[in-house]
Every structure is written in C-alpha cells, then in structure tokens.
Design a protein around this ligand. Sequence first.
Ligand code: ZN
Length: 257
Amino acid sequence: MVIVLQILFVLALIIVIILFVFRISRTKLTTQLPENYEGLLADYVKFYRHLDKDGKEKFEKRVAHFLSAVKITGVNAIVEDIDRLLIASGAIIPVYAIPDWQYINLHEVLLYPGAFNMDFDQAGSDRDIGGMVGTGALQNVMIITKWQLRQGFINSNDAHNTAIHEFVHLIDKMDGTLDGVPEIILERKYTEQWRNLMNSTIMQMKTYGSDIDMYGATNTVEFFAVISEYFFEQPDLLKARHPDLYEMLVLIFKTGR
Ligand SMILES: [Zn+2]
C-alpha cells in the first residue's frame, strides 16, 4: 500500500513538472510583449495603424520574435516598454514584406538618453549623432538615443525616423558591404540601375537642393538610409515627387501602395 502511494506521489510530481515546463515555454514568446502592446503600437506606430487585422497580428508576432532574439540595454537610460516596442517596430517596418527575415548581424541595441559624439561620450559638445550601427569592438551592436527614437515615431508627418534609418544600414551591411546597395534583397539585375539613380540624385541634390534631407547627399550609404525613412514615413509624397526613386524602393522592400 505504501509503495502504491509512493508511486502515485512520484507520478503526480512528474505531471506537475511537465505542466510547469510546458507553461514556461508556451508563455515565453508572449511575455516579450508588454501587456498593453496593442494600444501602444496603435498610438505610436503609423505603419501598424494602417495594417488590417491579420497584418497587425503578423506585425505583433514579428515584433515579439525580434525582442526574443535581440537584447536591449539602457546606458544611463531606463528602457521602458514603449522603447522596446519602438525599436522592434523600426526593425520590422523595413522587412515586413520580406518573409523569414532575421537580423543575424545584430545581437544588442544600446539605448542612450540623448545624442552622443563619435567617442560615445554622452556629455561632449558635438552631440549630434542620434543613432549608429556599431563597427569594430561594437560589431553586432546598434546604438540609438531614446530622444531620437521617440521623436521618429511621434512626428509621423515628417520624413524622419532614426530607428528605421539605422536598421536600413544593417540591411545594407548584411551582404558584407555598406554601400547603399542591399544586394541581399535587391535582385542583381537592378543593382546597377539603383547605384546610378542614387548617384544622379545626390548630384542633383548638391546642385539644386532638395526636399530630401540633405544628409542623404553625404554618400550612397546615407542616401539609402535617408530615402528609406522618406519611403516608410511619407510614401504618397515620395511617390508623387520622386516616382523613379519610389519604384526602386518598392523593388527593394517588396512593398508599396
Ligand atoms: Zn546613417
């Protein structure tokens, strides 16, 4: 009789352990998202607001997946739920139409409170950098400031979004060269056309000025990041004013209106 009770006890214990482990693994993905994620995304992320019900669900899943794969660390800044959601949104928006995309070249995002300079000095006088894709010792790391991150999403009527800008640099970098040509997602037959269009637009910008942020005229790397911000923030305006650029970006990001 005692043996039977002992066996029953052990069996019950095993069942409890199995249920516990199952529960943990099941809740792991959903706990990557804060409780009120739907409200926060709807309030801050225009791209998400414009998606239908299925599209929103797909977006949420990809945001959760991103947050489970990439660590977000505050450097003299507290990482709040909204910051985590906005960083993940900036990551997902450019690759939303590209299935199974993974940022294999990103392990960690460092969140700084305000702008920093090239020496990562938060108190320097030339604090004009709002985001950066790490190189050298900071390989696989992205730095973004809380201020720029939030401004990019709050002001949805301009063509600026620092998070999108930095993630586009990562996409560009994925093929091994940071050159403004994202060969990993752009078909080979279009790469020359894209390079020529970037160079001719930069020349025009330098000569006549432009409604495109002049920072884009720095080089093709910055041009690609800047024009991608414009594409995702103001697609209708870009289509009307720069149809040739718009068409190429549709080919690159596999999306458009
Ligand atoms: Zn840049």
